[in-house]
Write a protein that binds this ligand. Structure first.
Ligand code: GLA
Length: 685
């Protein structure tokens, strides 16, 4: 089957470029200027209608299409394609007044008001009915409009309203539990309700995990997160079904939030989308935010199963929702955009086209700033449009990663439940540390769900995969037995899918694979550290490991400096079947983590995309005999990179090297296709 993203790119005639277009905020004469400037900036795709429900249906059941009709026609005449959004992320005020019980209820029982967006309970039947009605009308009205090339379902599912604790949610939760567990007895079993005498005798006794006296039941809490994500996924599916029915050929997407969103299971939503789209925003205060960008791009690609994906939103400059909203440096927006492209995006879009003059996001940057076309941002936006226009040949190529990093929302939810060994060991921090070490090594990885087919990877990393199903744990064992290299991080494999401890010694799911047993988790106090045999110091976490066949590659130092696990193994290696299982029994400091992952990659034969100096990001995209090397200079000086035999995309031949100024990006067309990476079974480098 043809990939929907490639069909879309063919329709657009190149890489998608554009952003959210909210003409509702402006008078009609501005729309004409908008489309003229869109053409000038090389925009070929805009998302329309995201928050337009109160315009489309100003009174219940009374529809007014004048604005959308005019805008979509105008865009079409100008040759700008439309990603038409369902407006369901912003129910109109009349809806909330008519159905006050559809407003979300917090865990402490506060009913939220209308006045922002996503002010609805995910399980509200009134919301579902109203949303389906407007989506059905929208779908039928525009299904055959030649401008509409994609449907954009909702906006960032669950960003503001994923967890609702109202009585309607309670009833829906009971239905969800009944479907999954059949009897209250089974619920008692998986939630361990004999602890603190919480046994349920009847479905009606079960409520959402609302605020209570002390710790909530962790199984209930975990299932509530699953239920809540599923409730929104059901809405996503319902809207998608209506769109598909009206226009079978038009691809459907929804903008996911990657690691910015803990509350919904991104993999589940990605699997229900024809094209995977993500939004990404830099945290201005984070000096390593370009690494977070790469991580999220690799997660988007993982969610897309390796296929090209869309960057649906990022910012041209400052956002407005961080404590201090620092504008991007000159060139930073281009660097961000091309890094997403390097990592497999076939489209670069922004929130939003024209900067608002009123409303909650008027201080958020846009493609066309308050200052108009004389601004630095506009200059950068239009030159990026031209540059992407000239890069069309890159689209459709794919990034091939030798390494998989398992990323799982269920493990994230479970690891961060209340009452655990350390509040300071956080899922995303560990994932970021591990990803950062790999980024430093220049090795590209896909962030994938634990149930992904791992056979195409040379090495698999599982940083703190605290919760794992028996099936996924078995698959990891088979992968290693078959010759793979797996690296597990601290506090992995501790519990089953219901957050019940796997007894008999930690890490219960992986003792055999790793050839060890841990009898106690030994978290470190804040400010405490444990000296390691490589002279670095572990913070936060240590474990007492007893070997059952593994060998220690790094140890906690003997003596008091080594912390509570003093003298014991901190990193282990274990031959298992034809492969190797590695374990990090500590929250390793950056250098030790880099050394560990370097050793694993070398042994597994996972190579960096190119040999480049530190601070240079190198990623390759390829398909058939087309191959492109992206080089991004994150340093503050010009760097000379030896890349003989390449040409720049503009066709200019390079001498023996490329000189890449500070902050710059170059895309090279590779003359000869470099040796294709072989599977892990074929041996080490
Ligand atoms: C999200 C939303 C947009 C906008 C931006 C601001 O990505 O989807 O509507 O609010 O954040 O950064």
């Amino acid at each position: 089957m043809t990939d929907p993203m490639s069909t879309l790119a063919d329709r657009l005639g190149g890489i998608a470029y554009g952003g959210d277009y909210n003409p509702e905020q402006w008078p009609e004469d501005v729309w004409h200027e908008d489309v003229r400037l869109m053409r000038e900036a090389g925009v070929n795709l805009v998302t329309v209608g995201v928050f337009s429900w109160s315009r489309i249906e100003p009174r219940p059941g009374a529809y007014d299409w004048a604005l959308l009709d005019t805008v979509i026609d105008l865009l079409h005449t100008a040759g700008v394609a439309v990603d038409l959004a369902t407006p369901t992320a912003a129910p109109p005020p009349w809806f909330s007044k008519a159905y006050p019980r559809s407003l979300p209820l917090t865990a402490s029982g506060t009913r939220l008001s209308h006045g922002s967006r996503q002010a609805f309970c995910p399980s509200s039947p009134d919301y579902a009915r109203a949303a389906d009605a407007v989506v059905g009308k929208l779908a039928r009205r525009y299904a055959d409009h030649p401008a509409v090339v994609m449907w954009h379902v909702h906006n960032e599912w669950g960003n503001h309203n994923a967890l609702c604790y109202c009585d309607t949610s309670a009833a829906a939760f009971r239905t969800w539990l009944r479907d999954r567990y059949t009897t209250p007895a089974r619920v008692n079993d998986v939630w361990g309700t004999d602890f603190w005498g919480q046994r349920y005798g009847d479905w009606e006794e079960i409520d959402p995990p609302r605020d209570t006296t002390a710790f909530r039941n962790p199984g209930q809490e975990l299932d509530y997160r699953r239920f809540s994500s599923d409730a929104l996924l059901a809405r996503h599916r319902a809207e998608s079904a209506l769109l598909r029915e009206a226009s079978p050929g038009i691809p459907i997407t929804t903008n996911l939030l990657g690691t910015l969103e803990k509350k919904v299971d991104g993999h589940a939503f990605a699997r229900q989308s024809d094209i995977v789209s993500v939004d990404h925003y830099l945290v201005a205060a984070d000096p390593g935010n370009h690494i977070d960008l790469a991580l999220n791009a690799d997660l988007a690609r993982g969610m897309a199963d390796g296929r090209p994906w869309l960057l649906m939103e990022h910012s041209t400059s400052a956002v407005n929702w961080q404590p201090v909203n620092v504008p991007k440096e000159p060139g930073e927006m281009r660097r961000n955009s091309l890094t997403h492209l390097a990592r497999g995006a076939d489209g670069i879009l922004f929130f939003q086209w024209r900067q608002s003059r009123a409303g909650a996001e008027k201080w958020h940057s846009a493609m066309l700033p308050h200052g108009g076309t004389g601004t630095r941002t506009w200059g950068e936006v239009s030159s990026l449009g031209a540059e992407l226009g000239a890069m069309s040949e890159v689209r459709g190529t794919r990034v091939q990663a030798d390494v998989a990093l398992l990323f799982d929302w269920h493990a994230w939810w479970a690891l961060e439940l209340e009452a655990r060994p350390s509040q300071h060991l956080r899922y995303l921090d560990t994932v970021r540390d591990w990803y950062g070490a790999l980024w430093d090594l220049g090795v590209t990885c896909d962030l994938v769900a634990p149930d992904t087919d791992l056979s195409r990877y040379r090495a698999v990393l599982a940083p703190s995969l605290y919760l794992v199903s028996d099936t996924d744990a078995d698959a990891l064992h088979s992968y290693v037995r078959g010759g793979g290299h797996a690296v597990l991080g601290p506090f992995s494999g501790a519990v089953d899918t219901h957050d019940r401890v796997r007894t008999g010694g930690y890490p219960g799911a992986f003792r055999d694979l790793l050839g060890l047993v841990v009898d106690e988790y030994l978290p470190l106090r804040q400010g405490e550290s444990a000296l390691l045999s490589d002279s670095s110091r572990a913070l936060l976490w240590s474990e007492r490991v007893a070997s059952r066949g593994c060998t220690a590659r790094l140890r906690f130092a003997d003596g008091p400096d080594g912390g509570p696990a003093r003298g014991g193994p901190a990193v282990t290696r274990h031959s298992y079947g034809g492969g190797v299982g590695w374990y990090a029994a500590a929250a390793l400091p950056a250098q030790s983590l880099r050394d560990l992952l370097d050793a694993v990659c070398r042994e597994a034969g996972a190579e960096p995309a190119a040999a480049v100096p530190p601070g240079i990001e190198a990623v390759r995209r390829r398909a058939g005999d087309r191959s492109y090397l992206f080089l991004v200079n994150h340093t503050d000086r010009e760097v000379r990179i030896p890349v003989a035999g390449h040409t720049a995309l503009d066709g200019s031949a390079l001498p023996e090297y490329v000189s890449l100024p500070a902050g710059d990006v170059v895309v090279l067309r590779e003359r000869a296709v470099p040796q294709q990476a072989s599977l892990h079974r074929e041996g080490a480098r």
